[in-house]
Design a protein around this ligand. Structure first.
Ligand SMILES: [Mg+2]
Length: 182
């Protein structure tokens, strides 16, 4: 099976999940300059519904409903799944756990800055340490890229980039990008 990418990495805020309360994952308030690393999250949606979690201060986060089916299909093809996020790592780990998504994610790199090219380099190092033969061209980031920083970063890096909300409106087209039906 010919696959265009061996690793698909997703951003968090406004990509994997939407923000019904208008707050980013690690922000105590809008535009929080430092954030908080140790929020806790609890799933409040019913089983079978699209997952919604509530942060300990009441802020809500809603997983995109097609996430599980797309990620499970990618994994069934042998594609590695990553999460790359400008956030505090403990919050990312906690919300992925609360959504039930953590077991389907191979690698998480979350750091409090906009250098997502370096975050991808770290992730590729992690994959190579696990024995995967993988280079930047084998990886793609899906990101809403609010400040429009990442397309140029990823062009220089030599990795793929998909501007979520601009290039695609939901995750389903990722499947065709990874495995073109030709
Ligand atoms: Mg985002």
């Amino acid at each position: 099976m010919q696959l265009k990418y061996k690793l698909v990495a997703f951003d968090g805020d406004e990509t994997l999940w939407t923000l019904p309360s208008g707050l980013n994952l690690s922000d105590r308030f809008d535009n929080d300059p430092i954030g908080r690393p140790d929020f806790t999250f609890k799933k409040i949606s019913a089983p079978g519904e699209a997952p919604v979690v509530r942060r300990d201060d009441g802020a809500l986060f809603a997983l995109r409903p097609e996430t599980f089916s797309v990620v499970e299909t990618l994994r069934s093809w042998g594609v590695l799944i990553g999460v790359i996020s400008y956030n505090h790592l403990p919050n990312i780990e906690s919300i992925l756990e609360a959504f039930g998504l953590r077991p389907l994610v191979d690698y998480v790199v979350a750091e409090w800055h906009t250098g997502k090219d370096n975050m991808m380099r770290r992730m590729l190092d992690m994959a190579r340490a696990d024995g995967h033969d993988i280079e930047p061209k084998d990886a793609v980031l899906i990101d809403d890229d609010y400040y429009r920083l990442y397309r140029d970063q990823y062009r220089r890096l030599g990795a793929g980039f998909v501007h979520f909300g601009v290039d695609i409106a939901d995750f389903t087209p990722i499947l065709e990008m990874v495995r073109p039906s030709e």
